[in-house]
Design a protein around this ligand. Structure first.
Ligand code: NAD
Length: 353
């Protein structure tokens, strides 16, 4: 298979720590082009990762016919407009999570993507954590699902840890950022950036979420969303999003089903270490546990993206529908929390988280 020629839009923190090295390491991708409005960031990325061409703006990169696929690694507010622009230019797209910042624009993108033959994948890299992928694939053997418990508790000490695990991140005031200060709205920002992982993993293991009841507490400069959810098959769920906790990053899930169960502990992704997953299957009374030696979820999501583009594998990565569903669930959580935990039907929601 010929390597897919990739252009990376945005050379900010996630590109420097994740996508630039991951694209160079991916066995079926080639780092063909990069673009960033910041001269400092694109010079740095060009010097270290040696793409064939370097652009200042996304539109120049999208006009290059040699670029087959793009990774959109820019602020959340730019995800939908740039994905639409990339599809119009005929490119396959891997767009960072969250897919967007409101339900309506995600629905508009869904309509456009449905009439396109291009692959669109959302950057929910945890689907490419070998332990989580194994858990997903084993659910078919577990019979009827009964209950799912998922948690994502970000550590107060995250940056102490990631400063050691990641390359030194180069910043620049000339980087293109959205108007205003969207990250200043901590409630919305934290829900979108962390909740998009929690919800996507739950949906990946247990299917669509149809109803949500959420309570939210802010205390000690931390936010805690406790949500009772119902899955499409009627199974029950509890989702815990707490940012931040005074302790180590704490993430994982349990699944109880009629013919088995799953216990999963997930690490901060920058360790590039598979989740510890044990799947018990009733039929053989055994626990099954993968090694997952290659735990680089960012590299593996690019390899999966390239395989899908070449038609070798079905898409494991989150689709536009999955990205939209995550924004709908997060919006339902906000509506429910604002209404003292009232039940909100996910399919009915509009607006933003
Ligand atoms: N999957 C994960 O684990 C993970 C982790 C961290 C961040 N993210 C996501 O990655 C995204 C980017 O995060 P970040 O911290 O790197 O963002 P950032 O805003 O700091 O950096 C984005 C870069 O893109 C450039 N840019 C924006 N629009 C451009 C355009 N039209 N043309 C050229 N350059 C352009 C900017 O100049 C900037 O340097 C966010 O959506 C975030 O949620 C994902």
């Amino acid at each position: 298979m010929s390597a897919v020629r990739i252009g990376i839009i945005g050379c900010g923190p996630i590109a420097q720590a994740g996508h630039l090295p991951a694209t160079v390491k991916a066995h079926n991708a080639q780092l063909y082009a990069i673009a960033d409005r910041s001269p400092r960031l694109r010079s740095y990325a060009a010097a270290v990762y040696e793409p064939h061409v370097v652009y200042a703006d996304a539109s120049e990169l999208l006009a290059d016919p040699q670029v087959e696929a793009v990774i959109i690694a820019v602020a959340d507010q730019f995800h939908i407009p740039l994905t639409l622009q990339a599809l119009a230019a005929g490119k396959h797209v891997l767009v960072e999570k969250p897919l967007g910042v409101d339900v309506n624009s995600c629905q508009q993108l869904l309509a456009v993507s449905q009439s396109s033959d291009r692959v669109v994948q959302v950057g929910n890299n945890k689907r490419f954590d070998p332990g989580i992928a194994f858990a997903h694939d084993m659910t078919a053997q577990l019979g009827e699902r009964m209950a799912y418990r998922g948690w994502y508790c970000d550590s107060l000490y995250r940056y102490t840890v990631t400063d050691n695990l990641q390359p030194t991140i180069i910043q620049d005031a000339q980087a293109l950022r959205p108007d205003g200060n969207p990250k200043g709205d901590r409630r919305k920002y934290l829900l979108l950036t962390h909740g998009s992982h929690l919800v996507d993993t739950a949906r990946y293991i247990c299917g669509p979420i149809t109803q949500v009841q959420t309570r939210l507490l802010q205390r000690a400069e931390s936010w805690c969303w406790f949500s009772a959810v119902t899955f499409g098959d009627g199974s029950l769920g509890h989702l815990d999003l707490t940012v931040t906790i005074r302790g180590d990053h704490h993430e994982g899930f349990h699944l109880y089903a009629s013919a088995g169960s799953i216990m999963a502990k997930t690490y901060l992704p920058w360790y590039h270490k598979s989740s510890d997953v044990e799947v018990f299957t009733s039929h053989d009374q055994q626990y099954h546990r993968p090694l997952g030696a290659d735990g680089h979820s960012y590299k593996r999501q690019i390899e999966g993206f390239a395989d899908t583009i070449r038609g070798h594998t079905a898409q494991r990565g989150a689709s536009v529908s999955d990205g939209l569903a995550a924004i709908q669930v997060l919006t339902a959580m906000t509506l429910s929390a604002n209404a003292d935990g009232a039940t909100v039907v996910v399919a009915d929601v509009t607006g933003e988280p």
